[in-house]
Ligand binder design. Sequence first.
Ligand SMILES: [Zn+2]
Length: 158
Amino acid sequence: MGTVKYQHWVPMTCGCEIEFSFDEGTDWQNVQVIAQRTDAAGNVRKTMLCANHQNVPLSDIHATIWDEHKRKEAARAYILANVSSVTQTFTNADGSTYRDFKPGITFQVTFTGTDKNRIVNVSLPGAPTGTITNSIKTAFNALLVAINPLWSGKVVLS
Ligand SMILES: [Zn+2]
């Protein structure tokens, strides 16, 4: 167990602001969300829950939001790696390459539900109609459940 560090987290997936401590040198180990504290400079740092997460206990809020982020990123990674009809290979200035969405196609995420039951809804505006077939959806769902069985039904590709 290392030194306790603090972080103020403004997630990209909702309107919460989370003040938490964790053990330095670990990968988000021993995360403790703090309702309010005053930092060394005298600034008051508060945790504020958004309307979508207002009933989640502070003990669970970090893991809840982090799980939403992981589901979103897993969905993006799956599509980039497996749905070649909407992606292409781009080349960096140094010659290395990466996979990204074709120009005009956007990876869009919206959420439905509240608290610990938010569902990640993924769509691809700009993709030709019919691109996301039922077989793609089936394979997508299988991969996400293989990553985490608790994700069953919690990421929807349309
Ligand atoms: Zn939130």
